[in-house]
Design a protein around this ligand. Structure first.
Ligand SMILES: Nc1ncnc2c1ncn2[C@@H]1O[C@H](COP(=O)(O)OP(=O)(O)O)[C@@H](O)[C@H]1O
Ligand SMILES: [Mg+2]
Length: 259
């Protein structure tokens, strides 16, 4: 299963990616995290790595190399890619967890992020997962990636929604765009919820927009406070909540849900 974690900037996409990745590992899945957010650089640290992987953009000769290849039928190789075939320096591994990254915007005026979108799209299309393997994609904020077709080979989209109405509205747009390209598994997860009352109200807002909610993560001061170090605590209430979210995702996607 390839699942893309989307939502407004700051809604908690990377946090949820890390929590889901750890939970999937505990359940015996092989997990590949794909960093497809070209503007944030801390995902490797949040996952417990001490350096980022060399971006796949460099494997294809940088943005310039990619542009030259864009007119050709395929950006990467012709054949499908299994995780094990990703060259070593582009794939970090730790305790069964794997991380690969598309690329980052490093300088001002270096041009737009479209080539990253093209590479994300092509990579995800060619990525050939094993039956017990999950690819969890940390997507860039907002909806532009849909315009670049990044999701064309994604089978599930998880929208992270936090209390501000703006986040609900971005979620609605993502739901429309994902459904519009034929993705059937499009769900929301509530995040940073302060009270049960707000959870109920958020669920109602999403229900009105025909968006199914797979779970709720309450505001967790430990998570927020750890973010000053760029890390995520691995124990605590949120870890229990993410189990529910994982059950909701796997059962809806028809995957085994080992505890
Ligand atoms: N459930 C939560 N409780 C408290 N803080 C959270 C929670 N989820 C995310 N955060 C905090 O919100 C901020 C943005 O989260 P992040 O995962 O980086 O968002 P995104 O990837 O969507 O930009 C971080 O400071 C993070 O610690
Ligand atoms: Mg992020």
């Amino acid at each position: 299963m390839k699942i893309s974690v989307c939502g407004k900037g700051g809604s908690g996409k990377s946090t949820i990616v890390v929590l889901l990745a750890n939970e999937a590992l505990k359940r015996g899945y092989q997990v590949l995290v794909v960093d497809s957010d070209e503007s944030n650089s801390g995902l490797f640290r949040m996952l417990g790595f001490d350096r980022p992987p060399v971006p796949l953009m460099e494997l294809v000769g940088g943005k310039k190399g990619l542009r030259q290849k864009m007119g050709q039928p395929s950006v990467l190789s012709e054949t499908n890619i299994q995780t094990a075939q990703i060259p070593e320096e582009y794939l970090l591994k730790k305790n069964g967890l794997k991380l690969t990254a598309i690329g980052k915007i490093l300088q001002s005026l270096e041009g737009c992020a479209c080539p990253m979108g093209v590479l994300s799209r092509e990579f995800l299309k060619k990525l050939d997962l094993a039956k017990d393997e999950l690819a969890i994609v940390d997507m860039e904020a907002g909806v532009e990636h849909f315009g670049r077709g990044v999701e064309t080979s994604i089978d599930s989209v998880l929208i992270v929604v936090e209390p501000p109405l703006e986040s609900v509205n971005v979620g609605q747009k993502i739901h429309e765009l994902a459904s519009g390209i034929g993705i059937k598994n499009v769900w929301a997860v509530l995040n940073k919820v302060p009270t049960e009352e707000i959870a109920t109200r958020l669920k109602a807002e999403l229900q009105e927009r025909h968006i199914e909610v797979v779970g709720c993560i309450y505001f967790d001061a430990d998570i927020f406070n750890s973010s000053i170090e760029g890390r995520i605590p691995v124990n605590g209430v949120t870890v229990r909540e993410i189990k529910e979210v994982m059950n909701g995702i796997l059962s809806r996607a028809g995957m085994p849900t080992p505890e």
